[in-house]
Design a protein. Structure first.
Length: 120
């Protein structure tokens, strides 16, 4: 299982070196939409209400896409993901689509890094 600390948006993870790159991996999730809810959400946004329902749907889609991405990375033998990005869009039917993508990598701690931190 890939540790949440080993999933970053940066090109590298401080204190670790990339031993192997397994290439880019992706995960996608779509939460079903409801046209009536989408219409009220649009009206609510227009008059200044926070779109809480949209955030909940987007967060569910984000979590699902990240889980799919991590599953693919683990299948390739990775223990980390760097350069993580998310793309989100709302479709005409009101559904929310989130695509997560990043580079699956095999990370190895750099020698002496943790001992230096413990000594301070």
């Amino acid at each position: 299982m890939i540790s949440p600390e080993a999933v970053v948006t940066f090109e590298r993870l401080e204190g670790f070196r990339i031993v192997t790159s397994f290439g880019f991996v992706r995960g996608e999730a779509v939460t079903p939409g409801n046209f009536l809810r989408a219409t009220f959400r649009t009206l609510g946004t227009f008059i200044g209400f926070a779109p809480v329902e949209y955030l909940t749907a987007a967060e569910r889609a984000r979590s699902g896409s990240l889980a799919a991405l991590l599953g693919e990375a683990e299948q390739r033998g990775a223990n980390g993901v760097v350069r993580l990005h998310f793309d989100a869009s709302e479709r005409q039917d009101g559904s929310t689509r989130v695509l997560a993508y990043g580079e699956a990598v095999l990370l190895e701690p750099m020698p002496g890094v943790f001992m230096e931190c413990a000594a301070q």
